[in-house]
Design a protein around this ligand. Structure first.
Ligand code: FAD
Ligand code: GLY
Length: 376
């Protein structure tokens, strides 16, 4: 296996795949190494929503990044379709966020006010108006924000398309190959040791999702990333037409073009255990039934779980590790890695090809003290 490339990307989830495909056309030789199968962790577990206005609770750099990434999506999936033949089923029907109690109404109004004052195109709908748009919603829904520009995608197809695109662009792809060690001379990266052999490179990008901290720890770098389990399920939408993504206080429902409705999701601290539990699955299904009662009659298809890569301050960690040469992080996308993949790939490619970090300033690793106790 011993060989050399300009860049090694560790982790073949949506973030690693997006970065590898973005870097290859700028003339770099890129190797992508995945310990399991491409996308097999959080990236296929996700619901596939592209929902910055729902997910980010205040104005700021993260919301700006999310909006920017959403804007990139249309062209990204078009390009992927042209290059791979795979239609990633981008749906632009918009998102409804519903309120069913006094407290939820108050929260909804507050959200509506600041988002409207920031100039976002959203609409406040009465219970009657929202029932017209989605007749199967619970009669308890009193009000909703309709956000017409938010979207969702089939993230499984997106992973498949990115793998083909990576092959088209001559990225060297390794699956079922765990990186067990980073190789370096002093603080300069020289490559990686995998369970199947060694690979050399001057630049290593770690995009290993919730596992990023494990990889960096052995070189004395403490990255504040940890797993937050999300349990999620799919039901057959056969008898239940639902045309928008619907968010409520107790969960969300995401209708897919392949007739599934995805219902999610828990947030559990369970380490690296990605089991589905009786409590978790029942919580998710109960939450979905409270928003769309008729879902109780839908055929149940499947439940699964994934590990979101959460960070100490809730923001992704992007860019060079301070005091190291050729060591870059692209991790910590928590609940929004599908949404943030295209912008992350652009920012990392910009940094790798020009050393420019200006556009990812709020997300740089240097906002944390990354030195582990042994190194101090
Ligand atoms: P991952 O997909 O986890 O990929 C990291 C990869 O690194 C893994 O494949 C892993 O095997 C590999 N790896 C780890 N260690 C090594 C090693 N030593 N050597 C080689 N490879 C290694 N986001 C959205 O935008 N919209 C949503 O609707 C949404 N819904 C979600 C619902 C659930 C239930 C969950 C769990 C997540 C959801 N997310 C959503 C979040 C999203 O899934 C993540 O933010 C995103 O997938 C993170 O991508 P990643 O590539 O960083 O991580
Ligand atoms: N973004 C939805 C989730 O993480 O569950």
């Amino acid at each position: 296996m011993k060989s050399c490339s300009d860049i090694i990307v560790i982790g073949g989830g949506i973030i690693g795949l997006a970065i590898a495909t973005e870097l290859a056309p700028v003339g770099m030789t890129v190797t992508l190494i995945e310990k399991g199968v491409f996308g097999g962790e959080a990236s296929v577990a996700a619901a596939g929503m592209l929902a910055p206005l729902k997910e980010f609770t205040k104005p700021g750099p993260l919301l700006d990044m999310g909006i920017c990434s959403l804007d990139l999506y249309k062209n990204w999936v078009l390009e992927l379709k042209e290059a791979t033949g795979i239609d990633c089923q981008l749906s632009t029907a918009g998102i409804l966020t519903v309120a069913m109690t006094d407290m939820e109404e108050e929260w909804l109004q507050e959200r509506y006010q600041w988002q409207k004052s920031e100039g976002y195109d959203i609409r406040l709908l009465s219970g009657k108006e929202v029932q017209k748009q989605e007749p199967h919603l619970s009669k308890m829904v009193r009000q909703a924000i309709y956000s017409p520009h938010e979207a969702d995608i089939n993230n499984r197809l997106l992973v498949e398309a990115l793998v083909i695109q990576a092959k088209n662009r001559h990225v060297r792809l390794f699956q079922n190959t765990a990186v067990i060690k980073l190789k370096h001379t002093g603080r300069k990266m020289t490559g990686v040791v995998t369970e199947k052999g060694e690979l050399e490179a001057n630049h290593v990008i770690v995009a290993a999702g919730a596992w990023t901290a494990d990889i960096l720890r052995q070189v004395g770098v403490n990255v504040p990333v940890y797993p937050v389990r999300g349990q999620i399920a799919a039901v057959d939408s056969n008898h239940l037409p639902l045309s928008h993504v619907v968010f409520g206080k107790n969960g969300y429902l995401v209708p897919k073009q392949d007739r599934r409705i995805i219902v999610g999701a828990t947030e559990d601290l369970a380490g690296f255990d990605r089991s589905s539990t009786v409590y978790g699955v029942s919580k998710v299904l109960t939450g979905a039934m409270s928003i769309v009662p008729a879902i109780s009659e839908a055929p149940f298809l499947q439940a699964w779980a994934g590990l979101r890569p959460a960070t100490a301050d809730g923001h992704p960690i992007l860019g060079p590790v301070p005091n190291w040469s050729g060591l870059t992080l692209a991790c910590g996308h928590y609940r929004n890695g599908i949404l943030l993949a295209p912008i992350t790939a652009k920012l990392i490619a910009e940094y790798v090809s020009s050393d420019e970090t200006e556009h990812m300033n709020p997300f740089l690793p240097n906002r944390f003290s990354l030195v582990s106790s042994e190194e101090k």
